[in-house]
Design a protein around this ligand. Structure first.
Ligand SMILES: Nc1ncnc2c1ncn2[C@@H]1O[C@H](COP(=O)(O)OP(=O)(O)O)[C@@H](O)[C@H]1O
Ligand SMILES: [Mg+2]
Length: 229
């Protein structure tokens, strides 16, 4: 039986608009959503519908015009920079569409980086990174540069980097956008494994209806409104 404490996040009445010279364009109109531990939510919607905007707001990378983002029961509205950093270090990880791996670092250090920064511990960070890379089928790639990897491998490195802090929730913006069908399914299988093993929740923006069909919950963002499908 789930209870209130199992909520990972609640989004309450979130609105966001952008203005150009003449017009105000509403991107998000009173968005509400709740996510429990171990849930996988897929958000579909055409290009430009506001998926990335919503994900950035949920991930505390951007601010809404109004509304609340409640993470682990805490309203983040008045969080300081260091409290937001703490959420990013411990609770919520963002997995970018174009993975944003650092080409100056090898695969192992790309994955280890969040723990190196958080705990200032190279040994522990590299050990955790090595274990995670092995789990995600990337053993033997540790010393390679991200540029030497295939698209699917890079996405898995990005996933490893977003999981190394054992976050409650991974927010993934079109994580399979650059992958073929087979690699997309492999990626989703890893999401499932993490959900089952660690209780991780996922919010995934995707164009891929087959991928969305495998999520626990599916919602569609259209004309600023989020609805169940
Ligand atoms: N910083 C910004 N300034 C002005 N308009 C923006 C900005 N970011 C996004 N938009 C606009 O908001 C809309 C939604 O964009 P986005 O959230 O990236 O959609 P999606 O991820 O669904 O493709 C688009 O029309 C986009 O042009
Ligand atoms: Mg987008």
């Amino acid at each position: 039986m789930l209870n209130k404490n199992d909520y990972v996040l609640n989004i309450v009445d979130v609105c966001k608009s952008y203005s150009d010279q003449n017009n105000k364009i509403n991107i998000l109109n009173n968005i509400n959503l709740s996510l429990f531990k171990s849930e996988i939510l897929a958000i579909i919607g055409s290009s430009g519908s506001g998926k990335s905007t919503l994900l950035h707001i949920i991930g505390l990378l951007d601010l809404p015009d109004s509304g609340s983002i409640i993470i682990n029961g805490l309203d983040t509205a008045n969080f300081s920079r260091s409290e937001i950093d703490r959420i990013h270090n411990y609770s919520i990880s963002f997995m970018y569409q174009f993975h944003h791996l650092l080409s100056e670092f090898n695969v192992l250090d790309n994955v280890a980086l969040p723990i190196i920064i958080r705990d200032n511990s190279y040994e522990k960070a590299r050990q955790l990174a090595e274990n995670l890379l092995e789990k995600l089928g990337l053993r033997g790639k540790e010393k390679k540069s991200p540029c030497e990897l295939s698209g699917g491998e890079r996405q898995r490195v990005a996933l490893a980097r977003s999981l190394i802090t054992k976050p409650n929730c991974v927010i993934a913006d079109e994580p399979t956008g650059n992958l073929d069908k087979k690699n997309s399914m492999v990626m989703f299988d890893y999401f499932l494994e993490m959900k089952n093993e660690y209780g991780t929740s996922f919010i995934i923006a995707t164009h891929d209806l087959e991928l969305a069909s495998k999520a626990n919950i599916r919602m569609c963002l259209e004309y600023g409104n989020l609805s169940f499908i």
